[in-house]
Design a protein around this ligand. Sequence first.
Ligand SMILES: [Fe+2]
Ligand SMILES: [Fe+2]
Length: 311
Amino acid sequence: MSFSIERYKEESRKLDTAGIDWEAVTADPLSKGDLFSLHYMMDIENHVPLYLSHLLVTRACMDPILTAFLACWNYEELWHGENLGKLLNLYGIQFDTQQRIANVRANLGFQNSVSILSTMLGSWLLKDFSAVYLTIGAINELSTRTGYGALIRKSGHPVLKDLLGRIIKDERRHFAFYFNSAKEWLTDNQKAQRVDRWMLDRFWVPVGQGVKTQEQVDALALYLFDDEQGEEELLAIDEKIGKLPGLSGVKLMSKALYAARERRRLDPDWAWRLIENEEWAVAPPKKSPVGELTTRRTHTSAEAMGAFEGT
Ligand SMILES: [Fe+2]
Ligand SMILES: [Fe+2]
């Protein structure tokens, strides 16, 4: 698996949706599990700029190849979220995309600032901290790609299959970049390997956790992967990540699935109740209203216009 940054820069573009039969979205049903997964995935795609804000406070941003990649990657991910939202809207689920994104972010509150500061500190203290972020990037892209494949299989929905098939092509390139960059950093670098392994074993969480609750993460994992094929796919992700120097035998995705199963064993309603009760809305923030954080949403359009005219 190779990756050329020059080629990627040349070829990076907005997701091509030409020819997708959007009008047929309502012709086939989506189950509650499909809809739960789609909302989760959309929110996490839309969360990429905040993930990027973490990356940009690390030493990693000194690398011009990485920053060139991130510039294109962030743009491509934007269109993944946009198109998942479009599909949900066309299916008949109404929400304002900008409001939803703003609510997800506002709900993070103080935790996001603490997380950025600790990432910055970790990067200052540990020269090889970037290896951890690159490895996590590889796991996230590979698990996203695998999750989309599982959702295609579970839903059997032709329009969703077409859309996700196109997104998967982007995710494959993203994975290639992160994996190759992590490999480069870790090769012949014992110290980086030790730091990477230590951090992953203790602090790694599946993509989306932190933005989503443990129960939401489990609901997605159990809906998409709690069968023989799903489990095999998660083991294959671990095996692939285990090919990185120093990570042989690492268990991440499969461990997350087994932990989710255990939580459901202790509480049979666990996770499924979220899917059953159609809990895919995002609550408005309890503290720090969006308007306060963005300064955009406190004005009505008339007020905004007045302010504009007054300048
Ligand atoms: Fe994506
Ligand atoms: Fe991606």
